[in-house]
Design a protein around this ligand. Structure first.
Ligand code: AMP
Ligand code: GLY
Length: 424
């Protein structure tokens, strides 16, 4: 198989490293890729949102499958375009990717089909949204922009003034553009959060091992929300009984609901769950692999990943084995100083070998998220720079290995959390 992977972050690097293990994979191309991915796949400077450019690349390289990893090209219909051009593709069509790209759609879906989620109301008028928040008088209250917002469209408002500011910036200042034409005002839930990614071909759903993301920038879950500062797998709060319950109450009903709506979902469906005192509830759906969840989930996959994605694309997942190792995995993200606000770029990274890996560190993989090659040297090029990942017999062992590796890698202003896997 020749595979084209669309995207250029840590998630895509983890996807590519796993595909490389398959004896059936003959060539892996990536667009746009990054400085570290270049050691594992041939990279091409085509923007992930450039559907025509991506189609031309797929044709030129005569690929057998296109793996569309990021949310925005999925929402823009890249899978539809590839399929129309005769390529097999991994990922949902736009009609199904809406489960992530519109929170109004996903909330209404859950309400209609009785899938547990936080109570909510939808508004397209800021004055009405504020009148509702005031009449409820319950804080914190959660304010969400309807559309994609780079993981920053959710504001947990501690009081009326904060809620007012959130509604104004989303709906009037349009800080997320058209994503803020509508808002969802949601009840605040509490409990541990769990990420469960699942393979589905629209008929069968096979969940992957669970994981836990640490979204806040600073230790002790302080600071701003980020794309994710680190992950562990398995999630210590998610046991077999809970997995069984989520399968029955959430996962299978979601697949059935999407089919009933005429929007069959094929690809990786991501369930962002909260284990509340009233049972598991959906916080969000994503239409793709999570980042940095993928960096701890895929290293634990024992079955052939290329076989699985092909089985999903060809709707034969029921007959395809999906097996996992019992090891634990931990990923610590090294970010640029200042992230998630503004940060410098182009700083030299030291400690890594010519393949962008840590020499002699057994069981450790460095997934590149925001790196570039400049005059043959690795430099920083994004907010999240590296996802330093380790496998271990226990979570402690995996964490100790990952942190020992982080100590050996340097760039100016590097920032990472010291408490990944050790807080709720
Ligand atoms: P989302 O982008 O929807 O995953 O939201 C980002 C983060 O906001 C989640 O990971 C939660 O930590 C938090 N969050 C979202 N919705 C709620 C809610 N209803 N109650 C409490 N926290 C929430
Ligand atoms: N790590 C959260 C996400 O991928 O949306």
């Amino acid at each position: 198989m020749k595979i084209l992977v669309v995207g250029g972050g840590g998630r895509e690097h983890a996807i590519i490293r796993k595909l490389k293990e398959s004896p059936k994979v003959e060539a892996i191309y990536c667009a746009p890729g990054n400085g570290g991915i270049a050691a594992d796949a041939e990279c091409f400077p085509v923007n992930a949102m450039d559907i025509e450019g991506m189609k031309a690349l797929a044709k030129e390289k005569a690929v057998d499958l296109v793996f569309v990893a990021p949310d925005d090209p999925l929402a823009a219909g890249m899978v539809d375009a590839m399929e129309e051009a005769g390529f097999k593709a991994f990922g949902p069509r736009a009609s199904a990717a809406i489960i992530e790209s519109s929170k109004v759609f996903s909330k209404d879906l859950m309400k209609k089909y009785g899938i547990p989620t936080a109570g909510y109301e939808v508004f397209d008028d800021p004055a009405k949204a504020l009148a509702y928040i005031e009449s409820q008088g319950k804080y914190p209250v959660v304010v969400k922009a309807d559309g994609l917002a780079l993981g920053k469209g959710v504001i947990i408002a501690e009081n009326y003034d904060m809620a007012k500011e959130a509604v104004h910036s989303i709906m009037e200042d349009k800080v997320f553009g058209a994503s803020g034409n509508q808002v969802v005002i949601e009840e605040f839930l509490t409990g541990p959060e769990v990420s469960v990614l699942a393979f589905t071909d629209g008929k069968t759903l096979k969940p992957m091992v669970s994981s836990k993301d640490h979204k806040r920038a600073l230790d002790g879950d302080k600071g701003k929300n980020t794309g994710g500062m680190g992950t562990v797998s398995p999630n210590p709060y998610y046991d077999d009984a809970m997995a069984q319950r989520c399968m029955e109450e959430i996962f299978l009903p979601t697949v059935a609901a999407m089919n009933a709506e005429g929007r069959p979902f094929k690809g990786c469906l991501y369930f962002g769950l909260m284990l509340t005192p009233d049972g598991p509830k959906v916080i969000e759906y994503n239409s793709r692999f999570g980042d940095p969840e993928t960096q701890v989930v895929l290293p634990r996959l024992k079955s052939d990943f290329a076989d699985i994605i092909l089985a999903v694309a060809e709707e034969r997942l029921a007959d395809q084995p999906v097996e996992w190792s019992d090891e634990a995995a931990a990923c610590v993200v090294m970010a640029s100083g200042g992230y998630p606000a503004s940060y410098p770029k182009g700083l030299e990274i030291t400690g890594l070998d010519e393949n962008g890996q840590l020499p002699g560190a057994e069981g450790v993989t460095v997934y590149h998220a925001g790196t570039a090659l400049k005059d043959g040297k690795l430099v920083t090029s994004g907010g999240r720079v590296l996802g330093v990942t380790a496998l271990g017999k226990t979570l402690d062992e995996a964490l100790n290995k990952a942190y020992a590796a982080v100590e050996k890698i340097h760039f100016d202003g590097a920032h990472y959390r010291k408490d990944i896997g050790r807080t709720r």
